[in-house]
Design a protein around this ligand. Structure first.
Ligand code: NAG
Ligand code: NAG
Ligand code: NAG
Ligand code: NAG
Length: 398
């Protein structure tokens, strides 16, 4: 940690480019649900209780009951700004009604506001509905938008994680940048990061991207697997999907106040327990520098501090697509991670396996006195007809 502090002190602060490469703003509905953020310290010490599940509830599809469009979508994560909690989903298709089969709109991401923390399934769709039509909330640059006019060369921005909660009023969210070079061929360029802000008087949400890519595909996609902020320090977790088949998780870190300054980022090397300005280069497996060396491939997940267990939890789905939520634990964001996982919920798959399992600790304070006791989760479910939508549930620990 010594180098970490000194390196930050001496790091030059690069100015953020004055002009965003892409920006947009739009109205959001006013559903406020006050949030209590958990208090955290970096090293929480021993677990206060073992992982043990008391019960789980599946509430059903996350939908807007007032939207007459039939919406299909997948992936996604949640975010909270000014006590407004919203979900951001991936590839979203709307039909004019459940039975018409008439396409009303498509976008590679969409947003829905949580109406009431006590009503687990009800959203308010504000980027795709019969009242607003449809638009993509994560803005594209002019070049990206031009290329995307043809579906065969489009750019898609997909997330499978929650935003990085920089403060109560500001957040950043990572998206994979997928480029279709033809209708049958695509590749991932890397990830991009969007900044969210809500004006709580006008209820206008602004979304900005400063650069096309945050991390190109020649580096690990920090922030795309999971993220956490502890004592104003951001931890961004990345999967090594290529060389470790998603068994290894790497981590980068930056003070929350310097989040938009790429020169302030440090990269963890677990083999020497040091932070460095140099990233481990993914030209081969870098197992010894990984902060977590899993016993099975990870696919999606959420890292957060559970007050109930006095421990950091990683709740995840694995890459073996068995539709099971699992958990591993650590006393600090950097571990040591106890990689012996516990299955905490085996969800029921539909036509195919469930995927995109993500936990939403922000609901915790409402659902129980202690954050981490009752954990809201969502996952992507494909029904028997082959259409996909998010389902929401809750795991209660004892
Ligand atoms: C969120 O709501 C709580 C409780 O009403 C309030 O104390 C807090 O200031 C609010 N936060 C923001 C950013 O509006
Ligand atoms: C990485 O991105 C480049 C474009 O910058 C693309 O040509 C290449 O195919 C991508 N690599 C992979 C492995 O997807
Ligand atoms: C690691 O986690 C497993 C599952 O929760 C638990 O049974 C085991 O005791 C833990 N090991 C240590 C060393 O804490
Ligand atoms: C599947 O499609 C059939 C025929 O359109 C419909 O009656 C049924 O409700 C659909 N099932 C689901 C789970 O959407």
């Amino acid at each position: 940690m010594i180098c970490y502090i000194l390196c930050i002190l001496f790091a030059a602060r690069a100015a953020v480019a004055a002009t965003a490469t892409a920006s947009t703003s739009f109205s959001v509905p006013t559903y406020t649900n006050p949030v209590r953020w958990s208090s955290q310290k970096y090293n929480v010490g021993a677990m206060s209780r073992a992982i043990s599940v008391k019960g789980k509830e599946e509430y059903g599809a996350l939908v807007d009951p007032s939207n007459t469009y039939q919406i299909y979508r997948d992936g996604g994560g949640s975010c909270t700004l000014n006590n407004r909690t919203f979900f951001v989903f991936d590839d979203t298709t709307a039909y004019t009604s459940a039975t018409s089969g008439k396409l009303a709109g498509f976008a590679s991401n969409s947003m829905g506001m949580v109406r009431d923390f006590d009503d687990p399934t009800a959203l308010y769709d504000y980027t795709m509905s019969n009242s607003v039509g449809y638009f993509q909330p994560i803005p594209m640059s002019t070049a990206e938008a031009t290329a995307s006019k043809k579906t065969s060369t489009r750019y898609a921005f997909w997330t499978y994680t929650n935003c990085v909660q920089l403060s109560e009023t500001s957040a950043a969210h990572f998206f994979h940048v997928k480029k279709y070079s033809s209708s049958s061929s695509s590749y991932v360029l890397g990830n991009t990061v969007a900044k969210y802000q809500i004006d709580s008087t006008s209820n206008i949400m602004g979304v900005k991207r400063w650069t096309q890519l945050a991390f190109a595909n020649t580096t690990y996609a920090y922030g795309s697997f999971a993220s956490m902020v502890v004592n104003h320090v951001v931890y961004l977790y990345a999967l090594d999907s290529k060389y470790s088949s998603s068994y290894d998780v790497h981590v980068a870190s930056v003070p929350a106040d310097d989040f938009w300054d790429s020169s302030a980022y440090k990269y963890w090397d677990a083999s020497t327990s040091t932070w460095s300005s140099d990233q481990p280069v993914p030209t081969a497996r870098r197992k010894s520098s990984a902060v977590i060396q899993g016993t099975m491939p990870f696919s999606s997940g959420t890292v957060f501090y559970s007050e109930f267990h006095n421990q950091y939890l990683l709740i995840f789905f694995n890459g073996w697509v068995d539709s099971k939520f699992r958990v591993i634990t650590a006393p600090t964001p950097l571990g040591p991670w106890n990689v012996t996982n516990t299955v905490i919920w085996e969800t029921s798959p539909g036509k195919s396996y469930n995927y995109g399992g993500v936990a939403h600790p922000v609901f915790g304070a409402q659902e129980g006195a202690t954050i981490g006791q009752k954990v809201r989760v969502h996952f992507s479910y494909q029904d028997k007809n082959g259409t996909t939508y998010p389902k929401v549930g809750r795991i209660t620990f004892k």
